[in-house]
Ligand binder design. Sequence first.
Ligand code: HEC
Length: 239
Amino acid sequence: MGLLLTTTFFGGMWLQVQSLVKNHPVSPGLNHPPIVTITTPENHSNFQPGQQVLYSIEVVDFEDGDSRYGEILPNEVFMEVWFFSSEQEMVNSESQTNSRVDTMGLQIIKESGCFNCHNSKTAFVGPPFYKIAKKYLQHDIDKLVSSVLEGSSENWTNAIMPAQVYLTEPEARQAVQWILANGGNDNSTIYPGINGFFPTRPEATNGVYVLKASYTDHGVEENQQSRLSGNDRVVVYAK
Ligand code: HEC
């Protein structure tokens, strides 16, 4: 019945709804999956190398609301931009991973407000994930997990990271593991927000940029187990 309502409500989006439900590990219960759409840029648009790309994302969720009416919290919507130096490189890379589904560590980071203080590449309240990944090695993981769980200051600046008390130890470990393994990747950047822009590289004259937008809803009555994610993907070229 729940699913039937969704399909009526979203008209032609039956296939998308179905696959979202199937891909998600938790039982959807009565919750409806969010529909995430990258409205700009259009799939397969072309840009000049070095040009900025403006993007915007729309989220419609049966329970949480509609981003066009300000009902979706912008800092819970994410755009992940991947750079590839050629189309072949993109195909090779994406055939090796299921790039549609976030790893658990990234999911935890997106859902725990880490991006309220951290950016991928640029300093904000806290250091960028990029610099954390470059500064520390795998064997520092215990220290970093304690920093997250107990809070931290003076390792970077005198700004304070409050103890992230709502995370369990294994969750904090998965989040830190994701930062150490992926934060230092030059070719991927994650931006919070429903719109923004990213630069293309002036020197890359055959560049392919994969844009992946995502939103995880609040489930039914804030029941964590019933939360569902939606995503959309667009590819643009700068050549
Ligand atoms: C309220 C702002 C804020 C939030 C929210 C926040 N951080 Fe931080 N984070 C900081 C600041 C500030 C620092 C630098 C602290 C220092 O200098 O020791 C930091 C540092 C870190 C470090 C490096 C710690 C070290 O010992 O060098 C890691 C790893 C980290 N944050 C991960 C996370 C994760 C994961 C989350 C989400 C669960 C998160 N942060 C949420 C502000 C924040």
